[in-house]
Ligand binder design. Structure first.
Ligand SMILES: [Mn+2]
Length: 200
């Protein structure tokens, strides 16, 4: 699968956007299932971008929904909540759900002042740990990837030996990855998707 990651800049204000397509032939049922999973997780996460909501809670909810989908697709095994607690979702979703954008992509992300770095396994890839506020502009970009250096790593294979159907995961290694990303303005009401004109 191919993904395009693009940006735009107007008077130094930026957005960030990603779409994924299957290159060449018609997508398989499995590829469509993966795309639809990422898309539904992205849509649900966008709805949660409300003032006062903790970003890491939105991230964890998205990770749990992705994991649930991977259990349905028989790639992961167990209960989504406990898999996410152990960090097992990072095998397929190894990054944070998004980052603030402002003057320059990623210039504004970070931790809320005075907050120490969260070292729990499920959260250590997060670049952002803060409550959202009206006026914030953030990306929402869940992804699912089949990355050989992660999935073939013996340490991870041991740690998560019971969490993944490794035979099935191995068959996915040629698939590449999927990411769907939009840029979202947090408002006092519904979140506004600034990149909604770009078809998914
Ligand atoms: Mn981004």
């Amino acid at each position: 699968m191919l993904h395009f990651s693009a940006g735009a800049e107007v008077e130094r204000y930026v957005i960030d956007v990603t779409r994924t397509f299957v290159a060449g032939e018609k997508p398989t049922r499995f590829q469509r299932d993966l795309l639809n999973l990422v898309l539904s997780v992205e849509r649900a996460a966008i709805k949660r971008c409300l003032p006062g909501r903790e970003w890491k809670e939105i991230h964890l909810k998205a990770a749990t929904e992705l994991t649930d989908g991977l259990i349905d697709l028989k790639l992961m095994k167990g209960r989504a909540e406990s898999l996410v607690e152990q960090g097992a979702h990072t095998l397929f979703f190894p990054h944070g759900l998004g980052h603030l954008v402002g003057l320059g992509v990623r210039d504004a992300s970070g931790r809320y002042p005075g907050r120490p770095k969260d070292e729990t396994p499920a959260l250590k890839n997060l670049r952002m740990d803060l409550p959202l506020a009206a006026g914030d502009v953030t990306t929402v970009e869940p992804g699912l990837y089949f990355i050989p250096s992660i999935l073939n790593d013996p340490k991870r294979r041991r740690r998560y030996r019971r969490s993944v159907d490794w035979q099935r995961a191995e068959k996915c290694l040629g698939l590449g990855g999927i990411r769907i990303e939009d840029t979202v303005l947090v408002t006092d009401n519904e979140p506004e998707v600034l990149t909604s004109a770009i078809a998914t």
